[in-house]
Write a protein that binds this ligand. Sequence first.
Ligand SMILES: Cc1ncc(COP(=O)(O)O)c(C=O)c1O
Length: 385
Amino acid sequence: MIDQITAPDWQQLRYRFPVLEKKTYLNSCSYGALAIEVEASLQRYLRARADNGADWGYWVGRNEAVRKSMARLLGAESDEVAITASASAGINSLASALKFDGPRNKVVITDFEFPTNAQIWYAQELRGARVVRLAEEDGRIPLEKYEEAIDEETLIVATAQIAYRHGAKQDIAAIAEIARRKGALTLVDSYQALGTMQFDVKQAGVDFVVGGMLKYLLGTAGIAFLYVRQGIVDSLTPTATGWFAQEDITAMDITQYSPSHSARRFEAGTPAVPNTYMAEAGLAILHELGLEAIEQRIGELTTLIKDAATDAAYSLSSPLNPSCHGAMITLRSSDDNRLVASLAEDNIVVSCRDGNLRIAPHFYNNQADIEHLFHALHQRRELLV
Ligand SMILES: Cc1ncc(COP(=O)(O)O)c(C=O)c1O
């Protein structure tokens, strides 16, 4: 669905991200640029505290607003979204609800995972899980690998939509279809995808999605979410829990555990109140611009990056095909840490992982940013492969 009829004026909205005046900021895979609305929202929280002390009713309302906004972004219902402190917290809560003592105890992960989505599942080996990790082949995980690995012993497939090391994108709907056909659940780590592209959890047919608000969702660290498909919420009872996960938060009941009937059962304690203010404001910007327009804009920017890299004969580690990569384009480097540090001297903010220079634009970047980066890269050619 198109949220917006006329295309946003990308150049005009740059003033809303003050860092763009000081830096060539191409590091949204690591942390999104701070918008003036997001900063103002945090200021409102601080002002309200200074003026009123505590305002719990309003604060809990902010958390609910983030839940609703996140649900809208995912094509889900609010009841299907838990607001957590991190993606790790959401995965841990989910893992705590799974049982590994039956015939289905296998967890399929891949080489694409961010460490947390591997480490938490390996930790479940202490509870009887068997983790099988699919190997990357030429920067991708072929679907046939999933077909082979997912079987009648598989409980869950936990994998990343976009690999944080090099930006390769997976066909999540196809993976979820294989898992469903074989009776397994699917968890997607969409941290590097959400906010850059349209993603409808119902169309994708996934059971769980995790992500957080500090990168392309334009919020801040310390606030994240877990989507849980409505049909399975009640069948999963987390053993990692807390008072905000109970059916009635105000019951203050110390005699029993009564988990909420919604995805809120995957939450734990007091929400990170300042972070909810920032996350709400960040998500509002995405809704204002519309993900269809944002996806198209990012597609134009990533094309410019790939063209500039190809013209200079730099070695790309992300795929060339636009349907196979996300917002992040990566280049092989002989010394990626030195390259990032050296670019920082020219006020260019990028990041690196695993020998790859990660160039991660968001809708607020422009052609001049990319030209500035490549001008600087040409001067450091010896650090590129
Ligand atoms: C793909 C992916 N998953 C997870 C995380 C981090 O998760 P958490 O919120 O637990 O720190 C990151 C952050 O860099 C990420 O890129």
